[in-house]
Write a protein that binds this ligand. Structure first.
Ligand code: AHR
Length: 307
């Protein structure tokens, strides 16, 4: 069908002869650690050789890693692009070398979609919409302005761009919902805390914090408590991911609403790698299934949370 892409068929390879080169974003968050573990465990389980490289949140490191995978003639390259733009050159090099590329977690904005086989990961715009819908519902009867501050993810990354857009789109119909400040916290706890401190200093009245991930929300909670305020009460908090520490804070009422982003992409990725190596058609877009958690739901789900 039009939704599938058929890569060139290879002679059938056994799992032990498959080498996957994976370039990871970094180790910026709890989500990322869970994602890395899922990929490493699943590659081991599948019996593939995994060449794993950590880019420390820098695109130049990722480009270097991809070039090194090309040189080593791995069977498949996979990566989670730090930012959306600037990939065409290196992706063309992979294509010229006949090495299929699978995007996981984050997308690229390349116009030429023949540069990669598929994109496996979340719908980040939808995540932003879920956050915005919850907030809109909470404040549907508001008669005064609701001041929102936003902690964005890494500048130029797909999750930061899309979570911002989905949120803005859903809150725009209520003129009382006002984003009064929006700045990057780089998806880390330390930056989340630092930027929240600055927000608190510069703004007298903050009603809501929308953080693009749990780690930044957790950092911000420290800043809010240090300022003598109660997170979840004086300032309502929405975040994305639903990692254990985030769910813990939600179950304590410090985070009011979490939109889930599933990091356990390893098993699906290994299946895609197998299909690509076998020359089978693969869906051009594979979207992860995700839910949301209020404080009460987080309390209930916490004991069985894997990550
Ligand atoms: O790309 C997914 C995002 O990256 C996660 O939501 C965030 O925690 C991570 O750093």
């Amino acid at each position: 069908s039009a939704a599938t892409k058929a890569p060139a068929a290879n002679a059938t390879k056994e799992a032990k002869d498959i080498t996957l080169g994976f370039s990871q974003v970094g180790a910026e968050s709890g989500w990322r650690s869970a994602n890395t573990k899922s990929i490493q465990d699943s590659a081991k389980e599948a019996g593939y050789t995994l060449k794993f490289s950590d880019a420390q949140q820098k695109q130049e490191n990722q480009i270097k890693a991809l070039r090194s995978f090309i040189q080593q003639k791995v069977d498949v390259i996979s990566f989670s692009p730090v930012v959306e733009s600037g990939w065409d050159t290196v992706l063309k090099e992979a294509k010229a070398a006949g090495i299929p590329v699978v995007l996981t977690d984050r997308a690229v904005d390349s116009k030429d979609t023949s540069l990669y086989v598929t994109f496996l990961g979340s719908d980040f715009v939808e995540e932003g919409r879920k956050a915005g819908k919850w907030l809109t519902e909470q404040y549907k009867d508001a008669s005064e302005d609701v001041n929102i501050v936003e902690l964005q993810g890494t500048t130029g990354s797909a999750p930061a761009n899309d979570r911002m857009a989905g949120f803005a789109e859903t809150i725009k119909d209520n003129p009382h919902l006002k984003v009064i400040a929006s700045q990057t916290g780089d998806f880390t706890r330390a930056k989340g805390k630092e930027v929240m401190q600055a927000f608190l200093k510069a703004n007298k009245k903050i009603d809501v914090l929308y953080a693009h991930n749990d780690d930044m929300a957790l950092g911000a909670i420290q800043a809010i408590e240090a300022a003598g305020l109660k997170p979840g009460q004086d300032i309502k908090i929405i975040s994305v991911d639903a990692v254990k520490d985030g769910m813990q804070a939600a179950s304590e009422g410090k985070i009011n609403f979490i939109v889930e982003c599933n990091p356990l992409l390893g098993p699906q990725l290994m299946q895609v790698v197998k299909d690509v190596v076998d020359g089978k058609p693969v869906e051009a877009r594979i979207v992860t299934e995700e839910s949301t958690f209020t404080s009460d739901q987080a309390k209930e789900a916490l004991p069985s949370r894997q990550y």
